[in-house]
Design a protein around this ligand. Sequence first.
Ligand SMILES: Nc1ncnc2c1ncn2[C@@H]1O[C@H](COP(=O)(O)OP(=O)(O)O)[C@@H](O)[C@H]1O
Ligand SMILES: [Mg+2]
Length: 414
Amino acid sequence: MARPAIVIALPTAERAPVTAELRAAGFEAITIGSPDELDALLTERGDIAVAILDGETDFDTSLEYYGLLHDNGRNIPALMVMSPRALNSLFSPASADEFFSRPYTVDSIRWRVEAMCIRSVTIDDGSGPVIQGGSMEMGDWSRRATVIAIFNPKGGVGKTTIATNLAAALQLHMGQKVLLVDADTVTGHVTTSLGLEQVRTVADSWRDQAEGGDLETLTEITSAHPSGMSVVALTSSPMNTEILEPSRIADAITTSRPAYDFIVVDLHPSYSALNRAIFDKADRILVPVTPDVPALRAAVQLRDVAIELNVQDRLALVINRANSGVSVADMEKTVGMPALALIRSGGLLFVRAANEGRTVIEMYPKERVAEDFDALAERLVRTFATEVAPRRLPVARSGGFRNPFGRTKEAARV
Ligand SMILES: Nc1ncnc2c1ncn2[C@@H]1O[C@H](COP(=O)(O)OP(=O)(O)O)[C@@H](O)[C@H]1O
Ligand SMILES: [Mg+2]
């Protein structure tokens, strides 16, 4: 079947490169310059899957486009391209429409279009394939986010670093829609390291609700980071967290799954009831270890606890600061698990990025440590594209897993 048609209504400078990228990916990319043109096109054709609109420079025209896409029983999802500032004030992911922040690479917008197309439902009514916007309701398998928890019972091994940079790599380089949750209620610093100061937390929202306010979903409490990902922290203070009842948090994560492709959860290093409730919802528990005895011992202990909790199949080792000279094979043997990914030392890059409220993925995308995160992100997308949603990512991006440390063995399956 031919790939669906994508409508492009972007400013002149962006129109050509985006059109070229989508055409190279096999889409029929149709540029339009006025609402009349779009109206005529929509009357003529039933196979428009997504329309890419400009969400800021000519907002009034974009609203007209938007109206046409949703008129007369049509429900064609729009991808609104805008600056992070505009995104912050407008972000409301309550429909099949999506937002994309400037500046962007054509590669990343193409991946987002791929994901949106796959989420659409293809209907063949006899007159050829017609594509309609997919619903985002619960039970829609194609909108079920993969939940990745990041945990090691030892502090300082890189959990938060891996959570934030993996989330950014998934969002920016793999076209995934990501929610990053800071579930470290004691030492959590995800929002501050991402420059999101004084943001509303889950504890704030639930306290307001207890005092008569509206019940909000996790999605409604999130803040938009300039990278495009949504971020939410459970609390900004370790005090008075009784309101954060573990099963309620686990349920809130489950309820927000239809709105994202990936939910990455950063955890506090302890076996708290909250962490166990989150393990229970996680598709994968990534276990960062650094090449030192306490971190490795903590991972061995976790493996045993995971057997007791019956989540051992979800564990996957991520070797952090992997270029320190300790043999990866020795570390795998010690922990008793194969490594899913290796992340090299990024020196001070993480500190520099955090000082700007950004991730290394955004600030230093060409550094090799950023490529390590891309490789991990790509591996997760591939695994869950086939495991959870077989049709989700039909197009290969590049050939297999990069092995930056020259190991002869292929890194283990997720
Ligand atoms: N691969 C890495 N290269 C350089 N610094 C790192 C790396 N991983 C973690 N760090 C640094 O180590 C410190 C602890 O990392 P963090 O992610 O906060 O650990 P955790 O969340 O497990 O306590 C931070 O200062 C972080 O910048
Ligand atoms: Mg941490």
